[in-house]
Design a protein around this ligand. Structure first.
Ligand code: COA
Length: 348
């Protein structure tokens, strides 16, 4: 058997500051009932003024190191999925390398918006199975609060800040990845974008170098149209039925979207892990955050089969079916009876 990749650790981080719906009511013309009914979101976490994506990534990696008692000094590639890097250059991956003093590693940021973590996982799996790399940190992190317009009630209610990370390593045994499906539709770019060197896309003049713009209805339509097709493709590729999936972990954009995805695919809500209720839409961090919380709560267990699916700006989308081969970590054993996912986490 050739080289395969397996997941050997997972960690996550959310900032301390909570922005609850009640506080948003004082900022824009909205109310808790409307937000909960349309999105399922009650709270989101907001990075401190001087807290950026790289800081959150490092906290998530520290969480992984602590839980699994591993070293990252022999990592040979760092991949960071983000559309809110601290700088355009150096990359967030370089800032991580510098922080830990990792002596011999490649560093790369990649941007596929909210589908970014899935893309990064796919790239990491490709690098390992091709024999180019042996041990990769795969991080998804975004500080969307830094680019959110807090006068726009249709978008500022959605986003929160977070980071999630997995460690992927080479194995000669059975690999984690069973099936993958990725794609993009650039014609959807105008419906969800972040301004950069160019600030105009729809003819609307925007101020500032990095603002998030969204047409919520079109994004909704894209998600509920594209993701179910992708899920069916994945199931076909893996030659398995929905009943053989232990956990569905879609991008936690919005509860209504997730409910629609479950209805259309037949994947049950009770077997679906989300994180939007207390963390909002955390962009590239949402899938590893939901998974990390699910593992900590003792829901995701060794031997489970997971279907992960991301979607977002671009439009981009991508999913994988993976075997979860990770044994209980140190803190799993201690926290196996902690509240299930969705309840507010303790501290940061
Ligand atoms: N509070 C109260 N009312 C609001 C509001 C808010 N925060 N935001 C919008 N509204 C109002 C609108 O102004 C509109 O009022 P009108 O009928 O008087 O014009 C009404 O609510 C309906 O607006 P609409 O945009 O049609 O609402 P919606 O049902 O589509 O819900 C979203 C808006 C953003 C929640 C929904 O479109 C959505 O979830 N889209 C996907 C967004 C997403 O997930 N993005 C990230 C993907 S990675």
């Amino acid at each position: 058997m050739g080289s395969k990749s397996r997941i050997t650790g997972i960690g996550s981080y959310v900032p301390c500051k909570i922005l609850a719906n009640a506080e948003l009511e004082t900022m824009v013309d909205t109310n808790d009932e409307w937000i909960v009914q349309r999105t399922g979101i009650r709270e989101r976490r907001i990075a401190a003024k001087e807290e950026f994506t790289s800081h959150m990534c490092i906290n998530a990696i520290d969480n992984l190191i602590h839980k699994y008692d591993v070293s990252v000094l022999d990592v040979d590639m760092i991949l960071v999925a983000t559309y809110t890097p601290d700088f355009h250059a150096p990359s967030v991956a370089c800032l991580i390398q510098q922080h830990y003093g990792i002596p011999a590693t490649g560093t790369l940021d990649l941007n596929a918006a909210c589908a970014g973590f899935m893309y990064a996982m796919n790239v990491a799996d490709g690098l390992i199975t091709s024999g180019l790399n042996r041990k990769i940190l795969v991080v998804g992190a975004d500080t969307a609060s830094k680019i959110t317009d807090y006068t726009d009630r249709s978008s500022c209610i959605l986003f929160g800040d977070a980071a999630g990370v997995i460690l992927m390593e080479r194995t000669e045994e059975a690999g984690a990845c069973i099936a993958r499906h990725f794609g993009a539709d650039g014609s959807g770019g105008i419906h969800l974008y972040r301004t950069g060197l160019r600030s105009e896309m729809t003819g609307k003049k925007l101020t500032g170098g990095g603002m998030l713009m969204q047409n919520g209805r079109e994004v909704y339509r894209f998600a509920v149209g594209t993701v179910p097709i992708g899920v069916r493709k994945l199931l076909n590729l893996a030659q398995c039925g929905v009943q053989e999936i232990d956990w569905f972990i879609p991008h936690s954009a919005n509860l209504r979207i997730v409910e629609s995805l479950c209805k259309k695919t037949g994947l049950p809500m009770e077997k679906t892990l989300t994180s939007m209720e207390y963390y909002g839409n955390t962009s590239a961090a949402s899938i590893p955050l939901s998974l990390s919380k699910g593992v900590e709560a003792g829901q995701v267990k060794e031997g489970d089969r997971l279907l992960l699916f991301g979607f977002g700006g671009g439009f981009t989308y991508g999913g994988m079916i993976v075997n979860w081969t990770l044994r209980c970590c140190r803190s799993n054993r201690r926290t196996a009876r902690l509240p299930i996912l969705g309840r507010r986490s303790r501290g940061c």
